[in-house]
Design a protein around this ligand. Structure first.
Ligand SMILES: Cc1ncc(COP(=O)(O)O)c(C=O)c1O
Length: 439
């Protein structure tokens, strides 16, 4: 592609990127508006992924831009430890209003990975301050993605993200993943088969003893591993098993929080209250990095003991509750509310579902799955060359004017919640054209 804006590309070691391929044929985005990016060669690219599952209100929302600009002019930074600024408290109050039940305390971080590591640390520390210090084991799930910190990759279950990095945390075990193509392929919404897989927690408890287990962390809908929708009643059974054994349940909602399923959280969507929720991304519409951990009141209360000058939890970040992120978060949540975007996503979900399943029968498509405004399109792998076919599909979609994401041989779609029906049609017509020409 002609690329007049391209600087020298060598120095930047790009994250989760095929650096050599990218630098030979760069894909640079130079501006964005609403549902579209503009590429360096001046093309409009339909955003089928809300950036990376984060720009739920669409790009360059005026109110968010203005709020961040005003904040910068007023207070650039305020120390995060032993000091505060009003917007951090205001944002915490707003976030908890959106969350179910007793999830009414918030710890601010700067990313999903930090939120996950924070939640795991809170789980360990909670049992310690509650007199159950033997509860140190953390349980994740195969094919789970919980970011890239050592805690997150240890409980995570994406083999490639783990195998490069040594022995990781000890005392971690994994539930089996919930996707079985033979039994679930082409399910619309939640698959019927698979609730019993939650009972695997019993096996893990029998193996290690419940008194050694601190927390279970799962994505209610696994996103980065290729959009795996939880089977009907699976999450309910997991909640029940955690309750039975005094194990904390953490929902990693970095993708699902803030409207992706048509509700403020997956917890609300599935009507299950976890003990903690990790989130990030949509909290600030992707404008300023920020994450958060929502904690149920009894967990917060358990730490509030000892002399009142003592720090209750030795954990935090220089940029926890950064003023710019808080301003962006407050404006973002106002936009979600005033434009009724979660409800908009809920209403659009059935149109989306039909569009997703219209790809059935096209070459290479071996599964289609959807929930809310999320979809996974699974392609048959080329023998001996896993992920190559979907990667080529991603490149071809970009050429034809749509941004999609790939993981393995799965194409994941998660547009901004402002998407119009005509743009859903545009996205799936590009996908169909690409699938027809992929070999
Ligand atoms: C469920 C989940 N947890 C954690 C993360 C990590 O977030 P970040 O990249 O902001 O560290 C992601 C990122 O996609 C995610 O999907």
């Amino acid at each position: 592609m002609t690329n007049t804006a391209a600087p020298d590309l060598e120095s930047y070691w790009m994250p989760f990127t095929a650096n050599r391929q990218f630098k030979k044929a760069p894909r640079l985005l130079i501006s964005a508006e609403g549902m579209y990016y503009t590429s360096a060669d001046g093309r409009q690219i339909l955003d089928g992924t809300a950036g990376m599952w984060c720009v739920n209100a669409g790009h360059r929302n005026r109110r968010i831009i203005e709020a961040v600009g005003n904040q910068l002019a007023e207070l650039d930074y305020s120390p995060a430890f032993q000091m505060g600024h009003p917007k951090a408290f205001q944002l915490a109050n707003r976030v908890v209003q959106l969350m179910p039940g007793e999830l009414n305390h918030v710890f601010f971080t700067n990313s999903g990975s930090e939120s996950v590591d924070t939640a795991l640390k809170i789980a360990l520390a909670y049992h310690r301050v509650s007199g159950q210090a033997t509860r140190t084991r953390l349980i994740g799930r195969e094919r789970g993605y919980h970011g890239v910190g050592f805690g997150g990759i240890s409980v995570g279950g994406m083999a490639n993200n783990r195998r490069f990095f040594g022995s990781l945390l000890t005392g971690v075990d994994h539930l089996p993943q919930t996707h079985d193509r033979e039994r679930q392929a082409f399910s619309r919404g939640q698959p019927e088969w698979g609730a019993h897989l939650a009972e695997e927690l019993e096996r893990i408890v029998n193996l290690h003893g419940s008194e050694t287990i601190s927390a279970v962390i799962v994505e209610p809908v696994a996103g980065s591993t290729g959009v795996l929708i939880p089977p009907v009643r699976y999450l309910e059974r997991l909640r029940a098993a955690c309750d039975k054994y005094g194990i904390l349940l953490i929902f990693d909602e970095v993708i699902t929080a803030f409207g992706r399923l048509g509700k403020a959280s997956a917890a609300e969507y599935f009507e299950i209250e976890p003990d903690m929720i990790t989130c990030a991304k949509g909290l600030t519409n992707g404008t300023v990095p920020m994450g958060a951990v929502l904690v149920r009141k009894p967990i917060y209360d358990a730490f509030m003991q000892g002399p009142d000058y003592a720090i209750e939890l030795p954990h935090g970040y220089t940029y926890s509750g950064h003023p710019l992120a808080c301003a962006a978060g407050l404006a973002t949540l106002e936009v979600y509310q005033e434009e009724d975007l979660f409800q908009r996503a809920a209403v659009l979900a059935s149109y989306w579902e039909s569009a997703v399943h219209s790809l059935k029968g096209l070459p290479h498509v071996i599964d289609l799955r959807n929930l809310g405004l999320l979809a996974g399109v699974e392609l048959e792998s080329r023998p001996g060359r896993p992920s190559e076919r979907a990667f080529e599909g991603f490149l071809k979609c970009f050429e034809k004017g749509a941004l999609v994401r790939v993981t393995g041989d799965i194409i994941a779609l998660s547009p901004p919640l402002i998407i119009e029906k005509a743009q859903i049609d545009q996205l799936f017509s590009i996908m169909a054209d690409v699938l027809k020409v992929l070999d």
